[in-house]
Design a protein around this ligand. Structure first.
Ligand code: 2P0
Length: 322
């Protein structure tokens, strides 16, 4: 086999209906469908070369050699599919402002799935790529596509994958991210969601209402009803954080400045600006708004927290080879 290098770029995504809990940890099958927006501003570029000369897999992230256990485990899945037994060199670069705290396993595993499958000689269609990316990190299956994306939970490896949703015309969703703390090292998403599934008494209610939230947000997208869209996304995110606070032992990703930013968003809303917040497994606040309101929202957050803490992203493209 020729040691050909393939390089892929995949963008991060922000979930509007969150994935928070697995029913199968090995296959990474989620408890509920989720919905996200792929973002233009933040992405990962990854090159993969399978090389007979290598004795071990080699993984370089942003220029330094990293422990590649998780990456090797993922490459094993690719090797098995391609029926090869060759080690690989993986070089990955995150294109996220260095202090943003927004680097994500979603863009990382989507880029790796595309580059590694190509380098191994596989020619996967998008559904197969989404399924493969999912094995690295659940949210990565959504980053195979651009724009609005739904991850269908499915019932097994074959049926759990993402697909794109139509973005209506003149529905210019934009995200204003506030970096509250770029360096948080709290409980990982993987461990957090596992604890929640196992211990939160509210988990069954999450599963039930996430399905309703998804149905309603899709309706809001079709109707281009941004207010309903934002309200559902905000409420869904708060339910996810409520699960964390109700786990045993309980945990919480929010910091004082997260709450402060959420209150600023609520105040802007009272003043007539259509904006809604969402937070993932960390304290950073992402404000969902329409493009026309970016200036006022980014300006207000900059006044309170400093311009360097505020980043704006719009809808981004599907994962692709470069
Ligand atoms: C999401 N998050 O839907 C949710 C909301 C964070 C909060 O997916 O264990 O890194 O690798 O499947 O995908 C982050 O979790 O977890 C995540 P694994 P992942 O975006």
């Amino acid at each position: 086999m020729n040691a050909t290098t393939y390089t892929a770029r995949a963008h991060t995504n922000i979930a509007l209906i969150k994935y928070w809990g697995k029913k199968d940890e090995e296959l990474i099958l989620p408890m509920n469908n989720s919905l996200s927006l792929t973002l233009d501003r933040f992405y990962t570029e990854t090159s993969v070369t399978f090389d007979e000369q290598l004795k071990d897999d080699l993984f370089l992230l942003d220029g330094s050699r990293e422990n590649g256990n998780k990456v090797s485990k993922f490459l094993d899945i690719v090797r098995k599919k391609a029926e090869i037994n060759i080690k690989a060199k993986v070089i990955s670069q995150n294109h996220v402002p260095s202090t943003a705290g927004l680097a994500s396993s979603a863009s990382a595993y989507a880029a790796l799935a595309l580059a590694a499958s190509k380098a191994a000689g596989l020619s996967l269609d998008k559904k197969e790529l989404s399924r493969l990316a999912r094995r690295g990190s659940g949210s990565a299956c959504r980053s195979i596509y651009g724009g609005l994306v739904e991850w269908q939970k499915g019932t097994d490896d074959q049926t759990s994958f993402a697909y794109p949703l139509e973005m209506p015309n003149n529905f210019e969703i934009t995200m204003v991210a506030l970096v509250v703390n770029a360096d948080y090292k709290k409980i990982s998403s993987r461990a957090g969601m596992k604890r929640v599934v196992e211990t939160s008494p509210y988990y069954p209610a999450w599963v039930q209402t996430a399905a309703k939230d998804l149905k309603n947000i899709k309706q809001a997208i079709v109707e281009r009803d941004f207010e309903t869209f934002g309200e559902i996304a905000e409420e869904n995110a708060m339910k996810m954080h409520a699960l964390n606070m109700s786990a045993h032992p309980h945990f919480n990703y929010l910091e004082p400045n997260s709450i402060k930013a959420m209150q600023i968003v609520e105040k802007l809303r009272l003043e007539g600006v259509s904006c809604y917040y969402t937070l993932d497994a960390g304290p950073n606040v992402k404000v969902i708004c329409l493009k026309r309101d970016v200036k006022v929202i980014a300006g207000t957050l900059s006044d309170s927290f400093g311009q360097e803490k505020v980043l704006v992203a719009g809808p981004g493209p599907a994962a692709h080879l470069i």
